[in-house]
Design a protein around this ligand. Sequence first.
Ligand code: GLU
Ligand code: MG
Length: 430
Amino acid sequence: MEKEAVTAVIATSVSHCGATVAKTVPIQRLSHAASHGVGLSPVSDAFDLGGGIDPLQSLARPDGDLRLHPDVDVLRTLGGAPGFAWAPVDRTYPDGSPYPLDQRLFAKRMIAQLAATGTSARAGFEIEWSVGLPDDGFTPGTDGGPYGARRILARHDYVRDVITALDECGIPVEQLHPEYAPGQFEVALPTRDPLTAADEVVLAKLAIGTVTDAHGLRASFSPMVTPDLTGNGGHLHFSLSRAGHPLFGGGEGPGGLAPDGEHVVAGLVAHLPGLLAITAPASVSYLRLRPNEWAGVYRVWGVENREAPIRLVPALDPQAANVEVKNADLMANPYLFVGCVLAVASATLSGDVVEQLPEPVVGDPGLSDCERLPSTLTEAVAAFRADPVLASAMGEDLHRTIAESREAEVRRTAGMSADEIVASTRWWAG
Ligand code: GLU
Ligand code: MG
């Protein structure tokens, strides 16, 4: 990137509840910040989605400090915000030792753990967002029907600026389309190593939000912007390979799965209930998780089945075959999301977890007797607390404090109607 043009670097981490937390460092201070860190209280992981701090969250303490070290190897232009660059941070204790609750560190650990099984991963996210007029309710900021070309052309200057900004970020857009709901768009991010894929979700949301503001519109990455319209997902596509052989393509199993790929898919199906507290972390997430919305509410997998939360996507080139995790929204911390999926994959590939692969679901799972996944955050957090694979991968403190954050979200929204829950995070920008 062109450092000359940069005045300041926005350095981000993502909290337990999925909020992007930032410090800004003048460019002249960047190398000092990278080596010495910038201070931030560990309490930032205790913030809830309403901006409050739940007193029962054990991170809700006035003492302690962390140092944020911008990862200068990842420094990018922040498209749409002239003069700004962006970098994710690594968080350490003041003595420089790694902060074990850091979500990005967890993702790195899980990538290394997967590598220890001789397996490497590639990943790419899809980002759905709603564009509204700057009023309190939700008035779509562009017209045009589901997937309608009119939605692009009515706001062609906006769509062009989003694509340009993402390109400036070093995120060449694979494709952008108008999604199903009024005012809704989707962009597919490129396939990367899993850490970069998670980093780029953070950067892409910042750039999209910035461009949307500049057009006098508002962008929401909330799973729901009204209780009735189709929601915003944040799906993850990933593929695995061992010694150059893909696990999700070119095999003899259903949809072309190789034997190890079957184990991974079986493991993901088995752990879907616990994973839900990571992929759908807020009360509003469960308003999105309805049948027939392609949001994946049954404990099933399928081949090219958009109602399945685990969707195998075969490809002519077996290397391009991938698994999509669909029951996820953009309130999910992308580092925890990637880390937990890879934790389950590693556990199955190392033989620690052996699950039987169920039959792939064909057609609408709602028409057969398929098990529903947790339909409330309360149920999901109970499954998460009881998931031994996620608990051991995360370590006691990270696992417990995430559960506490989910329980704080349950308390924050207790007694609210669906309308009130949606309104409380309608303009959530992450
Ligand atoms: N908008 C849907 C969701 O909430 C996803 C639609 C799709 O499959 O792209 O996840
Ligand atoms: Mg979509």
